[in-house]
Design a protein around this ligand. Structure first.
Ligand code: NAD
Length: 482
């Protein structure tokens, strides 16, 4: 059954003003299962107009009223968790078990967390000796754009729109054209839970069309973007000369570093989870596994034994732990990266190609075998460029110094996961890593209050906690002499 998605503009669900549509594919089958509006300039204009007219009322709401309406939307996510998890699995190809355990609960948490932040966010005052007082207002910006990627669709969409709304802004938001469904569903509940029309506007369509028009729009004051580094660069080039606020969460080529004194079993199982969760399509995935040389062979063999047994299946089956990658184009990109690794002299330890499921329903699906590669040094393309699929390399290292050089050898600086029982080394090594986030003896443990983001080509700025509230507000200092 076709499931069409509509824009949300000023409280109304609408097709694109051009009347054009784009196909929406189910990655597990390769079949079209719905359409999304191919929005453009006119739709952006309508959404910005709606957001601007809603802004005076929304900014005047008390923090507790904003909190209440956001909590009601979180309740809706909770009540519809099963529908959202199934929709995410169908739209993205990820296992429904993962969507139910991670994506949807986290989307709910994002709303609850920032609903509370609406009430708890505060600004500063500074007194001077002579009785002069400075107090700093934190004003919402007005209309802001939130642009999110396909890998964690509702999870990252809500991670942006919740703080934007909590701090009093009206939003024009765009989910990825590849995974529009859960953002659409969320928008269908906005009016019912009590958001005034025009506070939440959601547009669907292609990045270079509707996304670009959002970035260019004169009345959009800030852009919170998560996606690829090249897209981030294009957005910066447009927004920079217009002096818009920008928060950019971009790509990564993260290392998992295992010293020989690490807890072996935990390091093996977490390195596998870090490499292959969500088919390796998480910006924080550890796609370069660096292992101290005296442990290397044992560690490699243990990983290969486990990864070779990973079963790929129908994302809609609750037993499946590894599903399809997100699109045909992305599958081809991942397969081509594996072939580049071969060409560079990499030895494929397991996987290395497409997976063909036996079920007829999945015949046209986009499945890739989980792949481990060794024999490549840090200078080759495979170890430098983000693949963003179920592909990881293994490299041995001699000592701490060499390991640090390898960790920091790419243009990215998002995250790292380090495994050792030596506490001093752990802290020393972590401080030397040039990434925004380091996990010691763990991976992807998240406290929503902490700064989230990367250095160098992994991004600009930090999200999380008050970082996002500060991004979505403009400080204004008022100095008064009493
Ligand atoms: P992408 O850059 O292709 O697209 C991201 C979003 O930007 C989509 O909504 C797309 O439509 C839009 N877009 C594309 N061109 C645009 C333009 N010119 N103007 C405005 N919007 C435009 O990224 P993707 O393929 O959807 O996601 C994968 C990438 O995202 C990977 O590189 C991954 O590492 C990165 N990512 C980063 C984080 C993080 O927090 N650092 C999290 C998740 C994903």
């Amino acid at each position: 059954m076709a499931q069409d998605v509509l824009n949300l503009i000023g409280g109304e669900h609408l097709p694109a003003s051009s009347g054009e549509w784009l196909d929406n594919f189910e990655p597990a089958t390769g079949q079209v299962y719905g359409r999304i509006p191919r929005s453009g300039l006119n739709d952006v204009e309508a959404a910005v107009t709606a957001a601007r007219s809603a802004f005076p009322e929304w900014r005047s709401w008390s923090p507790s009223n904003r909190r209440a309406v956001m909590m009601r939307l979180a309740d809706k996510i909770h009540e519809n968790a099963a529908l959202l998890a199934e929709s995410e699995a169908r739209d993205n190809g990820k296992p429904v078990s993962l969507a139910a355990a991670v994506d949807i609960p986290r989307a709910e948490d994002n709303f609850r967390f920032y609903a509370s932040a609406a009430e708890q966010f505060s600004s500063e005052s500074h007194t001077m000796g002579d009785g002069t007082v400075n107090y700093t207002l934190r004003k919402p910006l007005g209309v802001v754009a939130c642009i999110s990627p396909w890998n964690l669709p509702l999870y990252l969409f809500t991670w942006k729109i919740a703080p934007a709304l909590a701090s009093g802004n009206c939003i024009v938001a765009k989910p990825s054209e590849i995974t529009p469904m859960t953002a659409y569903l969320l928008g269908t509940w906005a009016k019912e839970v009590g958001f005034p029309d025009g506070v939440i506007n959601i547009l669907h369509g292609l990045g270079p069309e509707v996304g670009q028009a959002m970035v260019e729009h004169h009345h959009i004051r800030a852009i919170s973007f998560t996606g690829g580094s090249n897209t981030g660069a294009a957005i910066s080039a447009t927004a920079g000369p217009k002096f818009k606020k920008l928060s950019l969460e971009l790509g990564g080529k993260n290392a998992t570093v295992v010293f020989s004194d690490a807890d072996f079993d935990q390091a093996v199982s977490t390195a596998i989870r870090a490499a292959f969760s969500n088919q390796g399509q998480i910006c924080l995935c550890g796609s370069r596994i660096l292992v101290q040389e005296d442990l290397y062979e044992r560690f490699r063999d243990a990983m290969v034994a486990k990864v070779s047994k990973m079963r790929i299946g129908d994302p809609m089956n609750p037993e499946t732990r590894m599903g399809a990658v997100v699109s045909r184009a992305h599958r081809d990109k991942v397969i081509s990266a594996i072939n580049i690794a071969r060409g560079e002299g990499g030895r494929i330890l397991c996987g290395g190609g497409r997976h063909q499921p036996s079920e007829p329903r999945l015949k046209g699906g986009y499945f890739v075998q989980p792949t481990l590669i060794e024999g490549l040094d840090h200078t080759c393309t495979t170890n430098r460029e983000e693949i963003f699929g179920p592909v990881a390399t293994l490299q041995p290292f001699k000592d701490e110094r060499e390991a640090l050089g390898l960790v920091n050898s790419t243009k990215y600086g998002l995250s790292a996961s380090v495994w050792t029982k030596d506490l001093q080394r752990a802290h020393r090594f972590a401080a030397g890593i040039d990434t925004g986030m380091v996990w010691l003896n763990c991976w992807l443990v998240r406290d929503l209050r902490t700064p989230f983001g990367g250095t160098r080509q992994s991004g600009v700025g930090r999200e999380g906690g008050y970082n996002s509230m500060r991004f979505f507000t403009e400080p204004q200092n008022i100095c008064v002499q009493l």
